[in-house]
Design a protein around this ligand. Structure first.
Ligand SMILES: NC(=O)c1ccc[n+]([C@@H]2O[C@H](COP(=O)([O-])OP(=O)(O)OC[C@H]3O[C@@H](n4cnc5c(N)ncnc54)[C@H](OP(=O)(O)O)[C@@H]3O)[C@@H](O)[C@H]2O)c1
Length: 336
């Protein structure tokens, strides 16, 4: 690659490292076919940053929007990818990191020191990486913003997904009385039941709101799908219920009138993980809690697949086509 990747890899034209590394690169915004495994300059760490020799990189749903240019528009050519695990340069410690400006789908990543966490021995690479972005989102949504109280009923959309399957387990762990999941295929629903959900429904069921509202209604509805499903979520809420939005899939936005909320004494909440990251103590506390639960076998991430660098486009296709359950990972040292 002749041009320097300006933003996502963390290496601007003036900050190129000495050697080339392999990465999945996009040279324009578009479909999954835009990814190419290429040699790019190694990023160079600036103040407050660390280099990580990456073992595995994660794929997150937001990467799909980044790829089309619909979310964070990184300068092109770009290396996407928001979470990695590997060895920190300098001390060789095993660390996981969140990358807020991309650069994860590569053999070396540049991370903010404050978004980097050491991983305890009892938590393996795959588990730690699957827990970092999606687990922190699930935990913070339930415990911090959702203020889940013991005995409450929680419903989770995309419950077999990266965030969702961890939210189902964490809701149980945090003392939810009843946990409901939404998942679009029988295999996914079976998987969600195996995680301890009390009932699992098809999000396309016409009578969904009634099904969810059985047994007294939902206290905390954790939604990552957006669109019309939010109406079902609101309709299913018990008095003092919270509809908590962690994501959307690009459908039409829903707006709620204050009167609709007052009729149920309900709240609509929006969550962004960045606000957890902004508080170093909060972030490390959340991640420590996740690693502790994983280390004790009380929280287990499902790894859907591990693809080589040349398989990133296929991984994006599978995520968009709703074909994955759990976390999708990239082995940045394999190409085919
Ligand atoms: N707020 C934050 O800071 C934050 C942080 C991390 C993630 N997120 C959000 O959390 C959500 C989950 O992220 P993730 O990475 O764990 O992804 P994911 O849930 O594993 O994404 C795949 C699943 O999403 C569901 N889905 C629902 N509507 C879809 C549609 N129109 N197209 C494709 N899939 C659809 C599908 O499950 P079914 O087929 O079962 O419906 C699919 O299997 C995303 O919206 C993401 O942006 C937000």
């Amino acid at each position: 690659m002749t041009e320097a990747p300006d933003g996502p890899s963390g290496a601007g034209p003036s900050g190129l490292g000495p050697s080339g590394i392999r990465a999945a690169v996009i040279r324009r915004y578009g479909g999954p076919e835009e990814f190419r495994a290429e040699t790019v300059p190694e990023p160079a760490a600036g103040p407050g940053q660390v280099l990580i020799d990456v073992a595995l990189a994660g794929v997150n749903y937001a990467d799909l929007h980044c790829r089309t240019g619909g979310y964070a528009r990184f300068p092109l050519p770009a290396v996407l990818g928001a979470d990695v695990i590997g060895r920190r340069r300098g001390d060789g410690r095993r660390v996981a990191a969140l990358l807020r400006t991309g650069g994860g789908y590569a053999q070396v990543a540049c991370a903010e020191r404050s978004f980097t966490v050491e991983v305890p021995d009892e938590v393996g690479d795959e588990q730690a990486l699957a827990l970092l972005e999606q687990g922190a989102t699930a935990y913070a949504a339930l415990a911090l913003l959702g203020r889940l109280r013991p005995g409450e009923c929680v419903a989770v959309t995309a419950a077999a997904g990266g965030v969702g399957h961890l939210a189902v387990q964490l809701a149980r762990e945090l003392g939810a009385g009843r946990v409901l999941g939404l998942a679009s295929t029988p295999a996914k629903r079976e998987f969600v039941r195996s995680l301890g959900a009390d009932a699992v429904f098809d999000p396309a069921a016409p009578e969904l709101a009634e099904l969810l509202a059985e047994s007294g209604g939902v206290d905390l509805f954790v939604d990552s799908a957006g669109g019309r499903g939010l109406r079902d979520g609101l309709a299913a809420l018990a008095p003092f219920g919270r509809l908590l939005c962690v994501g959307a899939r690009g459908g039409p936005e829903e707006a709620f009138a204050v009167d609709e909320l007052a009729e149920r004494s309900a709240g609509v909440l929006g969550f962004w993980l960045q606000h957890v990251l902004d508080d170093r103590v909060l972030f490390s506390g959340v991640v420590e809690q996740l690693f502790r639960l994983a280390g004790r076998g009380r929280l287990t991430a499902r790894i859907d697949r591990i693809v080589p660098l040349s398989g990133v486009g296929g991984a994006h296709r599978a995520l968009a086509a709703r074909q994955t359950m759990g976390k999708v990972l990239i082995d940045v040292h394999r190409e085919g």
